[in-house]
Design a protein around this ligand. Structure first.
Ligand code: UDP
Length: 139
């Protein structure tokens, strides 16, 4: 499998709870190379755009206010089979269903406040990475 990229965010709950360092350490220890990294805060329009696929879902308003209430850490990560391996590393969307040792099992507080984002396809990884980073911020 060729080396490829995924996109992640350490979400506001995990930042508030002081888990940035532990999550980045786990990501690095799992073989992902950090291509781009920054602490930032999404505006309402940012979050509505980023999660537009969910805009008809009942949790959309709650998701937008959660994702904009404080800073996040955004990153582009590189590894063989990056998208699928990162989804395995973070675990199921609901931390109650996430496997032991996964980032969501360790650090998420609920289905809605689940500590991290991971892209679900190569196509979305490219779109989401470009949403947060310019080419000059990728190394
Ligand atoms: N989410 C939620 N309620 C739900 C499903 C999802 O609040 O019933 C939130 C949660 O933060 C999740 C995000 O919406 O991470 C995006 O949902 P998706 O189904 O794409 O899950 P993911 O790909 O993040 O595992």
């Amino acid at each position: 499998m060729a080396t490829n990229r995924t996109f992640t965010m350490i979400k506001p709950d995990a930042v508030e709870n002081g888990h940035i360092g532990a999550i980045l350490e786990k990501i690095s220890a799992s073989g992902f190379r950090i291509v781009a990294l920054k602490k930032t805060q999404m505006t309402q329009v940012d979050a509505e755009t980023f999660y537009a696929i969910h805009n008809e879902r009942p949790f959309f308003g709650e998701l937008v206010s959660y994702m904009t209430r404080g800073p996040i850490v955004a990153a582009i990560l590189e590894k063989e089979n990056a998208v699928a391996d990162f989804r395995t590393l973070i675990g199921a969307t609901n931390p109650e269903d996430a496997a032991e040792g996964t980032i969501r099992k360790l650090y998420a507080t609920s289905l809605s406040e689940n500590a991290v984002h991971g892209s679900d396809s190569d196509e979305n990884a490219a779109i989401e990475g470009a949403f947060h980073f310019s080419g000059r911020e990728m190394f």
